[in-house]
Write a protein that binds this ligand. Sequence first.
Ligand SMILES: Cc1cc2nc3c(=O)[nH]c(=O)nc-3n(C[C@H](O)[C@H](O)[C@H](O)COP(=O)(O)OP(=O)(O)OC[C@H]3O[C@@H](n4cnc5c(N)ncnc54)[C@H](O)[C@@H]3O)c2cc1C
Length: 331
Amino acid sequence: MTEFDVIIVGGGPAGSSCAWQLRRRGIQCLILDKASFPRLKLCAGWITPEVVADLEMDVTAYPHRFLTFDVTQVHLYGLNFKMRSPQHSIRRYEFDDWLLQRSGAPVIQHNVKHIAQHGGRFVIDDSYTCDYLIGAGGSSCAVYRALFRAANPRARLLQVVALEHEFAYKWTDGGCHLWFFDKGLPGYSWYVPKKAGYLNLGVGAIAERLKRKGQHVGTHWDRFVAMLRTRELIADALELSPQGYSYYLRDRIDINRIGNAFLIGDAAGLATRDMAEGIGPAVRSGILAANAIADGVDYDPSAIPAYSLPPSLQRKALEYLLLRPRAASTA
Ligand SMILES: Cc1cc2nc3c(=O)[nH]c(=O)nc-3n(C[C@H](O)[C@H](O)[C@H](O)COP(=O)(O)OP(=O)(O)OC[C@H]3O[C@@H](n4cnc5c(N)ncnc54)[C@H](O)[C@@H]3O)c2cc1C
């Protein structure tokens, strides 16, 4: 049996940030991840200056692709405008591996299946044991399933479904573009260039709203790609094969800690309610959970912003247009 004070299930941004902070606080931990890093993670790879600050990143020393956009090109109901707030793009394939290595924590490739509790300790697959268990396994986290699902069911109306493809491409338009609610999409599509010839395209939407409209995200993807071709943002001959993934937007803060078990990142469903931004909340929740263990204090995810945009009319409108049927359905 391998013993650690803390075991973290999942080595994405949530798990690696938690490990990084735990180790800085002098606490040893082990990361178990079913994937071998570097691994593919479907994601546009857009990060905010807050993420850079939380991770104390020296971007000039970051060894991989990192691109800064001073403005985002927003397309909404036929109108085009520039949103002025600096953002960055990274490739998750590179970024997550870099974060994991930087954490300095030992990592074992292991697909966690079974979690039991014996004598106040957690036992994972009869092979690993710990005092503190961190669930950082993303939307299908094994810790969530074993310990939290009954107490904290997911709000299905906040489920986002997304199709995405990232590939080597000599883009000519180096701007970051977002198309909101195009052709009735309950969400947005994106064109996010990466430094040195990579491009990320995707479509994300509220799954339940798509279903109610009798729409499929794949149809929106096809329309989106056709639109990019018409605008000559991508070549006609380019063949694309997007993959799908789903995760959850932030609900009210429910139960994300039971005794010495914690949920962080997508396992806790912390993506922002306006932009579906999940990397920042994953990083912040990982650091908060580590501090809660190190200081013996509460783990309070309410310190993680539920919105990407500052309080404004745009933010209210965006949240309303994304999540409007939820209110109707609960009424
Ligand atoms: C298409 C798409 C685009 C997105 N774009 C953005 C964006 O541009 N910006 C942004 O901020 N957010 C974005 N998000 C959200 C963001 O990707 C997630 O919120 C973020 O990855 C959450 O990090 P995490 O560490 O919680 O989970 P993950 O990054 O999913 O990491 C979880 C880890 O757990 C491991 N794991 C899972 N199950 C097990 C198991 N049983 N045993 C062991 N290991 C396990 C996995 O292998 C994985 O490495 C996007 C999401 C999607 C789907």
